[in-house]
Design a protein around this ligand. Structure first.
Ligand code: TYM
Length: 339
């Protein structure tokens, strides 16, 4: 069943998605799926167990359906090889997570930046936040996924997955396929640079759903007016000349990267067009128009997709996912003499 290799990704559905989620993971997945689904399995799942590490608002079910609709609206072509499923509907994820907990070191998890960020300044932190990357490793290793299109903020978790799999393969039985290292993932995605869409107001940071300031993030539901207002007020720098330099000019570089991604153009071409220009306002204007057009097209398609379409895909996908995941889990259980 898994003779073909797998490309896999997941996006938490806690709320509406940002342009960062969309450009960092969803669009790359759709493009890879549309070009590779003849010879790869394409696994698109909702990590709903990952969602509950933080407060959820009672709309999780609806948000899961909405978040999966986004792939269809973004142009995903459905073939026999495209599989949609929910993590909590495939119990092997939780069981493999527990087993991998017994292989993973506390030291490794302590080093995870996301854990440090999410626990910073809090008196009490739930164990789920700490263990989050191990569940993510289980999500990937159950399906022998080679490619995992994710934004740059998830690369550390991908490296951890590789380390845990390698340790397991050496200590027990060689059964896990290691996902390809992040640098090669970026090459495979053909996006030029690892994708980290920045906060528009504070471009040192990534654009995040949880940021309070509305002007910092573009949501997929934003109107053209909102997009324009947010991009025109984006923080830039005092250098006065456009160049792609994430270190010294993160705000400008962010806009160049966004423009390349929404136009499906090589980043280098966008950089060549704008390098040396001095009117930041012109660049902002162009990016605002391009993002508004891109989102407008997307929102029009989204309105035509029904909940039933997604539910039918989930029913079929979850049969496939359980078969593949249970077969892999059984191999792992045998390695531990649990079966
Ligand atoms: P999550 O839900 O936080 O984010 C979903 C995806 O969006 C990407 N992303 C970004 N990319 C570029 N710029 C940004 N500003 C930006 N913000 C978010 C993330 O990198 C991610 O790819 N742990 C994952 C979910 C997950 C998963 C998995 C992914 C669970 N298991 C297995 C792949 C494979 C997460 O929290 O993503």
């Amino acid at each position: 069943m898994t003779e073909q290799p797998t490309i896999l990704t997941g996006i938490r559905a806690n709320s509406e998605l940002t342009l960062g989620n969309f450009l960092g993971a969803l669009i790359p997945m759709v493009r890879l799926a549309n070009t590779h689904s003849n010879n790869y399995h394409i696994n698109i799942f909702t990590p709903d167990l990952h969602s509950i590490i933080s407060d959820i608002d009672g709309e999780l079910q609806q948000n899961i359906i909405k978040s999966l609709k986004n792939y269809l609206a973004a142009g995903l072509n459905l073939t026999e090889n495209v599989h949609f499923y929910r993590q909590s509907h495939v119990p092997a994820h939780s069981e493999l997570c527990w087993i991998l907990n017994c292989v993973t070191s506390m030291g490794d998890l302590n080093r995870m930046t996301q854990y440090k960020d999410k626990s910073d300044g809090k008196d009490s932190v739930n164990v789920g936040i700490f263990d989050y990357p191990v569940l993510m490793a289980a999500d990937i290793l159950l399906y022998d996924a080679e490619y995992v299109p994710v934004g740059e903020d998830q690369f550390q978790h991908l490296e951890l997955t590789r380390r845990v799999a390698e340790k397991f393969n050496k200590q027990y039985v060689d059964i896990f396929t290691l996902p390809v290292e992040p640098k090669k993932q970026v090459e495979f995605m053909q996006v030029g640079e690892a994708i980290r869409i920045r906060d528009l107001q504070n471009p040192e940071k990534k654009m995040s759903k949880s940021t309070k300031s509305e002007n910092s993030k573009i949501m997929l539901t934003d109107t053209p007016e909102q997009v324009k207002k947010k991009i025109m007020s984006a923080t830039t720098d005092s250098v006065g000349k456009i160049s792609f330099d994430m270190f010294n000019q993160p705000g400008i570089s962010n806009l160049l990267q966004i423009d390349a991604l929404v136009n499906d153009m090589p980043l280098q071409d966008v950089i060549s067009t704008w390098s040396g220009e001095t009117h930041y306002g012109d660049l902002k204007q162009k990016v605002a128009e391009d993002v508004a057009a891109f989102l407008g097209e997307f929102q029009r398609k989204l309105a035509t997709i029904s909940d039933d379409e997604v539910l039918t895909l989930l029913q079929k996908g979850e049969i496939y996912a359980n078969e593949v995941a249970n077969a892999k889990l059984l191999e792992v259980q045998k390695a531990f003499h649990l079966r």
